[in-house]
Design a protein around this ligand. Structure first.
Ligand SMILES: Nc1ncnc2c1ncn2[C@@H]1O[C@H](COP(=O)(O)OP(=O)(O)OP(=O)(O)O)[C@@H](O)[C@H]1O
Ligand SMILES: [Mg+2]
Length: 315
């Protein structure tokens, strides 16, 4: 099982679209994929469930990640495995591929829980106590994904909120790799080094605490890799990236320490404009000759190869 966080605290850069469609393409290649929606906006969940179904089947049945994060220590009262659901419409389309797409739903109320979790980090009376608290809280998702139930998945993709709150941090600690969707514009590229620096800072703090007494058997050092930046919503004219965007892409390639994937995803409102309405990600509905389908295929090749999940690799 490989765990990948899709994150960027810049909003609206295509994280959720990428998570839903990359997950769908991976599943269509026969992989068992779990999508984990950690964004209170709940957009990934609503890409697969109608609002009515979400209320009836998930929210009212307490089958959302909010229940999980709100116990005294996340996961103490609810098992993460009990929250897994199999969205019907997309899995109908996937039937015959051997693949499957499961989901853990988010909840609009997760935003309050995130703030509460931050408050809970205070309050320890000793230095060792506060380190232990930090490690227990930040490791919660990582430890929960170790449950045997999750061993059946090839790939777990975590859609993070556009922030660096505690819930996002638990996703980073749980992940082997981090994928960073970004737009090729000034504000999006400006923050990339800072984002990666913050991730590295978290990893260093976590590992320092593990190595200096705070850790127990449940706490091991972490080393999530930066899989790379994926440029999304790229403007193409006459089969070329526009000169304006090329400047920003070049700037990241030359001056940033963040790796950039070869694949990118073009701007295509025709494909992504109705995200969620059908419950089936656009890449499973589109014409296979469309350029953007080819781009998502290439992205899936690149990501799955890097994760050693491409067909023929040992799973
Ligand atoms: N390649 C694309 N072409 C055209 N529109 C796109 C593309 N990718 C995403 N979009 C649209 O851009 C908007 C933002 O995308 P998305 O919700 O995936 O971003 P996000 O990073 O998850 O946002 P947030 O930070 O709010 O969670 C959505 O309306 C989506 O349909
Ligand atoms: Mg999103």
């Amino acid at each position: 099982m490989r765990v990948v966080a899709v994150m960027n605290y810049k909003g609206g850069v295509g994280k959720t679209t990428l998570t839903a469609n990359l997950g769908a393409v991976a599943a269509s290649r026969g992989l068992r994929v779990l999508l984990l929606d950690l964004d209170p906006q709940t957009n990934l969940t609503f890409s697969f469930f109608s609002i009515d179904d979400w209320h009836l089947k998930l929210k009212d049945n307490n089958r959302t990640i909010k229940q999980w994060y709100e116990s005294e220590l996340p996961g103490r009262d609810t098992s993460l495995a009990d929250l897994v659901v199999t969205p019907e419409r997309v899995n109908q389309v996937l039937s015959g591929t051997g693949g499957r797409l499961d989901l853990i739903s988010s909840h609009l109320g997760l935003i309050d829980i995130d703030l509460e979790l931050a408050a809970r980090l205070g309050g320890a009376t000793t230095l060792d106590g506060s380190k232990r608290k930090f490690l227990d809280l930040h490791s919660c998702l990582r430890n929960a994904l170790r449950d045997n139930h999750f061993a059946e998945y090839d790939l777990v993709l975590i859609d993070c909120a556009p922030n660096f709150g505690i819930v996002t941090k638990t996703a980073i600690v749980a992940s082997e790799q981090i994928l960073v969707p970004a737009k090729a514009d000034y504000l999006s590229t400006l923050g990339l080094d800072y984002l990666v620096g913050n991730c590295r800072g978290l990893v260093q703090q976590f590992n320092d605490f593990v190595n200096h007494k705070g850790g127990t058997r449940d706490h091991r050092p972490i080393d999530p890799g930066i899989l790379g930046v994926v440029f999304t919503m790229v403007q193409i004219y006459s089969q070329q990236v526009t000169a304006a965007q090329q400047v920003y892409i070049q700037e990241v390639l030359v001056n940033s320490r963040v790796p950039v994937l070869e694949s990118s995803i073009r701007n295509s409102p025709r494909h992504f404009g109705d995200a969620g309405e059908t419950g089936v990600p656009a890449m499973l509905r589109a014409n296979s000759r469309d350029e953007v389908v080819r781009e998502f295929d290439q992205l899936a090749d690149e990501v799955l190869n890097a994760l050693e999940l491409a067909s023929g690799d040992q799973r």
